[in-house]
Design a binder for this molecule. Structure first.
Ligand code: ADP
Ligand code: MG
Length: 243
């Protein structure tokens, strides 16, 4: 589903940062990959490259065989196919929940309003907030907003879902409801790449865990491998700090 070949990413503001160093990996269809690593290790940059929110300077990224770095590739289609959920929800504040879920369906997927609303209501039901379809995002709790954000991405029938620390901005009592929605998605066969510090989620849902440090993938393995027998010294140090 995803093939990443030797990508490098640099930032030049204010000084030169080599944010991704020759990163290569593959993600199979239906796989859940959890990315862990210290702050500043390149996890967000890696995710953002996968839907071209950041443009990798070198290398190749194929999503179902489509080279997303090719200038001929339709970037709006890539972003619809590769859904993303952010730490900070990023809902449109001036639109109702329902409008948040229908706008891109109409503009990017060219669906009629009725069809888009039907799809939206079905997905709101799936994430357990269909009774809130007419309210504005600021009338919802953080956990509800994040579930709306997940439903919004799912409205596009994405091939892949990316999650960048989706529960890090939530009050503790709301983390579970968002993780439950993600768990269900993973079990249903959605291809997912998830940056998170929720090690319970990693243990239970991940097919593979990927540890990043200083812009590189340092170690990849099953959750059992990571939580029982990590090999790399930096992995061991990181896990000892967060577990
Ligand atoms: P993580 O998500 O693991 O905390 P990031 O991918 O956000 O790490 O950052 C990786 C590195 O790239 C860090 O050194 C960070 O400061 C730098 N970086 C990320 N985004 C930008 C940007 N837009 N401009 C400049 N530097 C950035
Ligand atoms: Mg980050």
């Amino acid at each position: 589903m995803i093939e990443v070949k030797n990508i490098n990413k640099y930032f030049y503001t204010p000084e030169k940062v080599h944010a991704l160093k020759d990163v290569s990996t593959t993600v199979e269809a239906g796989e859940v990959v959890v990315v862990i690593g210290p702050s500043g290790s390149g996890k967000s940059t890696f995710l953002r490259c996968l839907n071209r929110l950041e443009y990798a300077d070198e290398g190749q990224i194929l999503i179902e065989g489509v080279d997303i770095l090719d200038s001929k590739t339709n970037i709006n289609k890539v972003r619809a196919d590769v859904g993303m959920v952010f730490q900070s929800f990023n809902l449109f504040p001036h639109m109702s929940v329902l409008e948040n879920l229908t706008i891109a369906q109409q503009v990017v997927r060219k669906r009629g309003r009725k069809e888009a609303e039907k799809k939206a209501m079905g997905l709101l039901e799936k994430v357990g907030i269909h009774q809130k379809s007419q309210v504005y995002p600021d009338q919802l709790s953080g956990g509800q907003q994040q579930r709306v954000a997940i439903a919004r991405a799912l409205c596009m029938d994405p091939k892949v879902m990316l999650f960048d620390e989706p529960t890090s901005a939530l009050d503790p009592e709301m983390i579970g409801e968002v993780l439950d929605v993600m768990k269900t998605l993973g079990k249903e066969g959605m291809t997912m790449v998830v940056v998170t510090h929720e090690m319970g989620f990693a243990r239970e849902v991940a097919d593979r865990v990927m540890f990043m440090d200083h812009g590189a993938i340092v170690e990849v393995g099953t959750p059992e491998h990571f939580f029982v027998n990590p090999e790399n010294e930096r992995t061991k140090l990181f896990l000892s700090q967060i577990l």
